[in-house]
Design a protein around this ligand. Sequence first.
Ligand code: 13P
Ligand code: SF4
Length: 327
Amino acid sequence: MAENLSANCGTVCPSKTDLSVAQLKSEIARLKKEKNALIMAHYYQRDEIQEIADFIGDSLALARKAAATDARMIVMCGVHFMGETAKILCPDKKVVVPDAEAGCSLADSCDPEEFARFVEAHPDHTVVSYVNTSAAVKAHTDIVVTSGNARKVIEALPKDEKIIFGPDRNLGEYINSVTGREMLLWNGACHVHERFSMERILEMKKTNPGAKILVHPECKRPLQLIADKVGSTAALLDFAAQDDAPVYIVVTESGILFEMRKQCPEKTFLAAPADDAECQCNLCDYMKMNTLEKVYLALRDEQPEIIVEPSLAEKAIRPILRMLELS
Ligand code: 13P
Ligand code: SF4
């Protein structure tokens, strides 16, 4: 779980090949064509991975793109649940991830058996789960959501519907606050988003009075309350692109700054500080496990491959398809 994680911020991964960055990039381009592969990357990936990706997006866009692609192979540069979601949506395609150990503390905060008992204890509730979950948790779910469509999906349900929402309590609290619902929340969280320091963000705002504060809904409630915009990575990006402030304090994993600076070169984006000044805890150590070299190796060797047992995939696909229909 979150607290026990050893951060690998700034760690230089040992190289397994003698290829330079330029050679890795040209080999990736060659292999991608030869193998009819699609490289997808989440906004939290290292800059050099975002640079070579065919498609970059938030969790919702990645799921949609996976469902629609006609590539033979998907290289999912993100964390394990993203590869698993792609595989569930595309059982006939080969889905590989650069590092099979790239997990997610939020997904880990929801044990499938405990979740199943929680669901069984509330048989009159509709079960809504965040996409940051294992396939086993999705199998106990009625509708999957991402931070990009959670509000829309919940608002599409009848007002008096009883709802279980898991695993992210912060996103759940946010959705309760904007929809007026009283969803029953699972007590899970992301170790990266929970570590942002309110005090240091307010100090930053004092030094940059014209700055707007952009907050991901996985952050704690007090941070949501001081935000100019709360939203998924893609929603924060869109807001910044359309807004006219010159400076933004970005309260989510700082990989997103790469695309923000690319789309809005005239604006200044400041990475919000975490509560530990010694450590870059606003980096997701799981997301940063993927390197350009591992992307090359995944393409070359077609592994680590994501395998989802067909009977599990059959159960887990229903709530994902429901999400895609509703959003
Ligand atoms: P989104 O990109 O969907 O906002 O998700 C954030 C996240 O934590 C992905 O792991
Ligand atoms: Fe999981 Fe948090 Fe990392 Fe996203 S940032 S992959 S929720 S640990």
